[in-house]
Design a protein around this ligand. Structure first.
Ligand code: ARG
Length: 586
């Protein structure tokens, strides 16, 4: 509805300016001072504009202003061109001229195609988005899947608003966690490889991590041996470094395969092993400048009590770095590589405190861009009790989960005898699995904790990814069958589309650009997810109420097809924003 709303805002602002002039007030009302609301009841109109904000300036009561505005709109003819207006108390309520709006909306979508719904409000801004950022001792798990799709989706939404986006990932490839996998492998796995064991390479590394935990339960000295490996690594012991390289390569290779599967990608990877020394250097510099202090045991700290935070250790007593140390170095490298206007960290809510401290430390170090760092914190995700056995009993492996969903989708395809119709069943089932997963994860606001219910996520008739995919496939198949014949015999006249179901659908389509804008402002893909569901429901109702092929006239048929095509376009664009694969057949 963006364009239509803009027209009305402009017209009302002009009317208010004129009213002021008539009363000897030389103030101009700008378009953006006019607020557009949706009236509480549909019979009151499609749009409602409150007059309260102008009472002081015009020295009149809001109801009086509403009356005067209406008189003016009638005089200049706005009301006949774009809809009818009515004063209702302090509001100017507008009933839109359906045929004018229908024509405007359908033709702009068909003309603009995939560029429809790109508000361009962020043109020229450079936004870096960090997400996923795994450790290299384990494969990705369910929590990463939520992180990954949030990061990817937010990047796409911001890009749709015109921002330049750089997607980055930090691989935490250094530290005690990876040394634990290395130790177990060193002691029990010599000669074994992912190939020899027939397992995905990140899982191979993860299995040694699990093995380490068993070892340390039986023999407490295992912890000390892992620490010893870390010391050797820090000293650059060739054999240790070689093993570390090998294990990391396996881990990263495997993780990248999972990204490929879910359609997630990065413009640049950062590795902790390459940034932590920079962090250390910065901390020592800060120490010299008196920003930080040294404890008696030799460790280096920052005191943030004056800022409402706490004291925090930045370097251990033996001089080794911590998790936060590498983040200091990483942020500095990133800003150097690509001077961003904003850097968004998509990281779980359990790290809120960490990021508060990190941002303050960077600010203290004098980096003025530190104020443009933002932690997009998201909640936990779990499976309901007893839904799927996880390998370690605690976390759910990402690949296992997708395999599981895919298997269920395949079964559904077979049960419905759709194997032949869909062609490559395997690939369709994989896309259904990813769509189900992504939609379910994004439909909840990022900050909320949630449960992922695999069966529910796959339901074909509910608020799910597969339901949206099914809607897309249904419209595609209808257009494949009918476009040629009907478009030839009839003329597209969107102004004919004024029936109740058609009007509801057109209003939904018109709201797409502002929905994308809202999702970007709030950095919340659930706004798009909710929109997609509304759009599908509105289409369903239209499809049910309005015959297309058997419409009363050929023009009406062609126009309804054009409307369906516009719906397909918007559905597809919005699905892309929330990372749900589109399917032509299902
Ligand atoms: N690898 C870390 C973990 O698994 C998350 C990293 C988040 N990003 C960051 N810049 N600290 O907990």
């Amino acid at each position: 509805m963006q364009d239509i709303k803009e027209i009305w805002k402009h017209e009302i602002a002009a009317a208010l300016t004129e009213l002021a002039r008539q009363n000897g007030i030389a103030e101009q009302v700008l378009k953006d001072q006019v607020v557009v609301e949706i009236p509480p009841k549909p019979e009151m109109g499609d749009l409602g504009i409150p007059m309260f904000p102008f009472a002081k300036m015009l020295r009149k009561g809001p109801p009086q202003i509403a009356q005067a505005v209406i008189a003016h709109l009638e005089k200049v003819g706005t009301s006949t061109r774009w809809g009818s207006v009515k004063a209702e108390g302090p509001y100017v309520n507008i009933r839109l001229e359906k045929s004018a709006v229908a024509k405007q909306v359908v033709s702009s979508i068909l003309e603009q195609k995939e560029t429809f719904g790109r508000p361009q409000s962020l043109t020229n801004s450079k936004i870096m988005v960090e997400f996923s950022s795994p450790n290299t001792n384990k494969p990705l798990h369910l929590g990463h899947l939520r992180n990954d799709v949030l990061g990817e989706s937010i990047s796409r939404i911001l890009a749709a608003c015109g921002a330049q986006i750089r997607k980055v990932c930090i691989i935490n490839d250094r530290g005690i966690h990876i040394c634990k996998s290395m130790l177990a492998y060193k002691e029990y796995g010599q000669g074994k490889t992912p190939e020899s064991e027939g397992v995905k390479s990140d899982r191979f590394v993860g299995d040694w991590y699990v093995k380490f935990h068993k070892m340390s339960q039986e023999d407490p000295s295992a912890e000390e041996r892992a620490q010893e490996l870390l010391r050797k690594w820090e000293q650059g012991d060739p054999e240790t470094v070689a093993l570390w390289k090998q294990m990391n390569q396996w881990a990263v290779e495997g993780v990248k395969k999972t990204y490929e599967r879910t359609g997630v990608s990065f413009d640049q990877y950062y590795f902790e092993s390459q940034t932590y020394l920079k962090g250390k250097e910065e901390v020592l510099k800060g120490l010299e400048q008196g920003l930080f202090y040294r404890e008696e045991d030799g460790s280096v700290w920052v005191d943030l009590t004056a800022e409402g935070l706490d004291k925090k250790v930045l370097l251990r007593k033996d001089g080794t770095s911590l998790y936060i140390t590498q983040d200091i170095g990483t942020a500095i490298f990133r800003h150097h590589d690509w001077p961003f206007e904003r850097l968004v960290y998509v990281v779980g809510s359990e790290q809120q405190y960490h990021f508060k401290v990190l941002f303050k430390v960077l600010e203290k170090l004098g980096y003025d861009w530190a104020k443009n760092l933002y932690h997009l914190s998201y909640g936990m995700v779990n499976l309901p009790e007893g839904k799927m056995k996880s390998r370690e009993g605690t976390v759910v492996d990402a690949d296992d989960l997708i395999d599981n969903l895919k298997e269920m989708a395949l079964q559904e395809i077979r049960e419905k005898n759709r194997e032949e119709a869909v062609g490559d069943g395997e690939s369709v089932a994989e896309k259904i699995a990813v769509g189900a997963l992504h939609y379910y994860l994004l439909q909840v606001s990022p900050t909320k904790d949630m449960l992922f219910n695999p069966k529910e996520s796959l339901s074909f008739n509910g608020n799910t990814g597969p339901y949206l995919q099914y809607m897309g496939a249904r419209i595609s198949s209808m257009l494949r069958k009918k476009t040629g014949t009907l478009a030839e015999s009839g003329q597209i006249k969107p102004e004919l589309l004024t029936g109740e179901a058609e009007w509801a659908l057109i209003k939904t389509l018109a709201a797409y650009p502002e929905t994308v804008q809202l999702a970007a402002t709030q950095m919340d893909p659930s706004v798009i997810a909710a929109y997609l569901y509304e759009l599908s429901k509105a289409f369903s109702r239209f499809y049910h109420d309005c015959p297309i092929l058997n419409a009363e006239t050929a023009d009406l048929a062609a126009s309804r097809l054009a409307l369906s095509q516009a719906v397909l376009q918007v559905l597809r664009s919005a699905m892309t924003l929330v990372c749900i694969p589109f399917l032509d057949v299902m």
